[in-house]
Write a protein that binds this ligand. Sequence first.
Ligand code: ADP
Ligand code: MG
Length: 700
Amino acid sequence: MTNVPDIFGSNVFSDAVMREKLPKDAYKALQKTIRTGAKLDDYVANAVAAAMKDWAIEKGATHYTHWFQPMTGITAEKHDSFIEPLGDGKVIMQFTGKNLIQGEPDASSFPSGGLRATFEARGYTAWDPTSPAFIKENTLCIPTAFCSYGGEVLDKKTPLLRSMEVLSHQALRILRLFGNSAASAVATTVGPEQEYFLVDQTLFDQRPDLLLTGRTLFGAKPPKGQELEDHYFGVIKTRVKDFMLDLDEELWKLGILSKTEHNEVAPAQHEIAPIFSTTNVACDQNQLTMELLKKVAARHGLACLLHEKPFAGVNGSGKHNNWSMATDMGENLLEPGKTPYDNFQFLIFLSAVIKAVDVYADLLRVSTATAGNDHRLGANEAPPAIISVFLGTQLSEVLDKIETGELYSDPGQSFWESGVAVLPPLPKDNTDRNRTSPFAFTGNKFEFRAMGSGQSISCTNMILNTAVAEVLDEFASRLEAAEDFKSEVNKIIVETYKAHKRVVFNGNSYSEDWPAEAAARGLHNYRTAPEALPHYLDAPNVALLSRYGVLTEVEIASRTEVLLDNYVKVIAIEAQTMLSMAKTDILPAASAFSETLAETALKKRKLGKKAEIEISTAYEETLAAQVSSVCACLYGNIDALEQALIESRGIDDLAKAAKFIGESVVEKMNLLRENADTLETIVARGCWPYPTYSDLLFRV
Ligand code: ADP
Ligand code: MG
């Protein structure tokens, strides 16, 4: 049995390790940097580097890497060994403060969205001391930020860190006004729930679409999907449970607070959630979790799919970003307490979030816009592309009453009586859950549910933090200037709710009426990534991010370009994969099958002639004709898709290319898929070149 407390964090250069290994003064100086962002001097950097190296070598490390998050949304690492030649043919292991603080990889092959020409290859990485270093396999990984020679941000960590600082500053201004002088920082906290699929590795290997695109591009509907609702929270299969145990152990060693695991709605779908932490650590750890999900799955003969929609016809995978704000003293600023109606500090922070989400709904939508996520949003398995806020009945009533100036009467705690004597009465929550809202208040935090499973959580949180910070800034300025603090607080809450309650929607976001109602309320509904992404560059959005020094206009333009470019490339790769599968596997398989039918018919006719009896060949002929006619359609659709792809390559403007690909190319892909899926249902199983949905979803 694993002793969890013993292994937990054993591969992390944690606070405890630093306290033990660092000289006292260096430890203190480093803590100050971590807490307040003070600059590190050479002495401290060298001391930390020496301690880190000794610790890492003790743990078997031979290499180090500046571990960073370029705009691809995944992590990057270049490994350097610790060796340093002595001149006598021997080496020592060396790692200096300079090595720790800064690295200089060739940045030319990372996406920069036009920020940097290839000949300007330099990139810089700078250590982020607020996220602990860790050991992965034989390598000491140092979480770092990444920027270009000219200083432009090229990664996902830097803007996130900036947004956290901005929010901390503005939230503290509000807290001071409410008389809190003890807190010295406010951090945003995040607990990301991660969904994924597991399929058998040998079956995965037989599907070029899974291998190249992470999702199935073909596949007829299996006889059984998720309609029996028997997978959600169902008994976890032994093979999957073994995988989860192994995964937990790896995550725990890395100090990741892996906590909850269960089966999700679709067959072969699961979820893992950690206990929340500060946002940049949560982001780093979510990246590591995604990496380990794949690595550990491989050890168990499984393939982990992080794609947002690996299978048509069953639910796809998302990531739920549970978000709140907390002081360094541990006070959760979105905790309503027992009497939210007279908890004005809470109501101010709540109002700030409501306004931020309403004003910057389009930016939040942008942060979820990818080719993969387009399959989920609005497909009755994930919230729609319309961003709205769920508050629940109690909080909505509280705000309604404050708005109209009426007194709120507390319904008091209610209990659920089971009617069974041995069961204790259970205190009832004041509000039910709402699973259809993109941005739901869940007791003492908000849960943003529109993110895709494969995405980095960085962009969403950068936007959320900055948008909320801006509103807090505005509130703080008003309150600081107010003559009567209490009445100004009240005024802010009333005005904010009046102006922004259009974004509050407690109903069913999956309902058919909601898009029309949302439109009447003036809420955006950007249904696809090509529709949403160009809004990154809308003037108010650029103003927000640049005003607080989170991203400059040039950096936002580069990010938009990277995202659009990625969208175009992802769909082009999918289309090319479909073409190759259709032409070289599916058509030949279907032709072979119809040839078999034709041969059988011929043989039967010959036999009949010989024996002078009538043998019917209707079945073979009808089926062969049916296969042939679907093949003819498929052949036509191959051509149509090829033409559309060629046309898309001729469009220079990225936004236009994305729009074209998202409409015309995707439409042709769907037609091609329809033909192939029809063939799959009539061609003999033995002739079909790929494992079916039944195999993939049920043979784990
Ligand atoms: P659900 O019922 O929504 O599926 P889970 O328990 O799976 O809930 O996940 C809830 C997530 O929210 C966990 O990661 C949890 O740590 C996180 N969480 C709880 N409180 C906070 C908070 N104050 N800030 C951020 N995340 C939080
Ligand atoms: Mg959950």
